[in-house]
Design a protein around this ligand. Structure first.
Ligand code: BG6
Length: 302
């Protein structure tokens, strides 16, 4: 395994991008530029912090999050791949796939002309568990950090047969108060309510939160706005390569059972996950690639 010293020698950018290791061998990339600060873990290519300069953090990380190799991290931008939720055929396989709990490798780190930092990572194909995923695929995550945050998750089918991929960028957003935020951009979308055995409904007006919410919205291609009166901002989510959006908040009881969400954590987070879930899974023929892209930006409500 590449040491942190080697990672800094090969990919560090003095004063901008620095690799460091925490106990348990967890490796983080710290990014500090005049545009933004951010942190990424090599496990899962997961962004655990992002704040444009002068702005409050946009990404939520649980106060009770633990960082243990092979365990998912509560918060940030987990990459769910190559299936979303439970595996369709085998309940022993990990929920949301294996990409979020494996170490990724850095391909390139660059400072671009506009001051953004672009970091490309990949999940080494040889580390994918063959019993769970008997296909030859590559998975890249291309992250650009600036006053906006861009993520592009690229799957390439290198096999000689078609494959089916389910996935999500399971982002936890930091909000002022779950009971005061509302989501717009999902009006009139059909959705499957996972708290009601997957029953199908249609969204009427903006989404408000007053109880456990776990929904897969379908035909969802528009921008989604998280309107947050307490933090006086709107988080705009722009996406492509995804026609489904998962909206999740576990609320009090489920959060208490989870153990790593913190006592009051559910109040200041909401997951809005740009996905290929339910019947929106991606079919890729040999040599075909799919790009799941998101852009997050903040706008003032003041
Ligand atoms: C959401 C699912 O995407 O992730 C929920 O819709 C699930 O059903 C949640 O509870 C968290 O999943 P996990 O595996 O990170 O605890």
């Amino acid at each position: 395994m590449t040491t942190v010293a080697e990672l800094n020698r090969l990919h560090g950018l003095p004063g901008r991008v620095h690799f460091h290791e925490e106990p348990d061998g967890f490796v983080f990339i710290a990014i500090t530029t005049p545009l933004a600060t951010a942190q990424i873990t090599l496990q899962g290519a997961q962004i655990t912090q992002w704040a444009p300069l002068g702005a409050q953090p946009v990404i939520w990380l649980s106060d009770a999050a633990t960082f243990r190799p092979g365990k998912s991290i509560r918060g940030g931008t987990p990459v769910c791949w190559p299936w979303f939720g439970p595996h369709a055929l085998n309940s022993q396989f990990p929920a949301h796939g294996f990409a979020r709990t494996l170490p990724w490798e850095i391909l390139t780190v660059q400072e671009q002309n506009d001051g953004t930092i672009r970091i490309e990572l990949h999940l080494p194909p040889e580390s994918m568990p063959k019993d769970q995923w008997p296909h030859d695929t590559t998975l890249h995550c291309d992250i650009t950090i600036g006053t906006q945050l861009d993520i592009n998750l690229i799957t390439l089918n290198r096999d000689d047969h078609p494959i089916t991929v389910g996935q999500a960028l399971h982002t936890y957003f930091r909000i002022g108060d779950i009971q005061q935020v509302r989501l717009t951009g999902l009006e009139d979308c059909p959705y499957l309510d996972k708290t009601l055995n997957g029953q199908r409904f249609s969204q009427s007006g903006p989404v408000h939160f007053s109880q456990e919410t776990d929904r897969i919205y379908l035909d969802s291609r528009r921008d989604i706005l998280i309107e947050d009166p307490l933090l006086q901002r709107r988080i705009r989510i722009i996406k492509s390569g995804s026609a489904s959006t998962v909206v999740w908040n576990p609320w009090i009881e489920k959060a208490a059972k989870m153990g790593d969400l913190g006592d009051q954590g559910y109040l200041t987070m909401v997951c809005v996950e740009n996905a290929n879930a339910a019947d929106d899974v991606v079919q890729l023929g040999p040599d075909q690639a799919h790009h799941l892209r998101v852009r997050y930006c903040i706008e003032s409500l003041a």
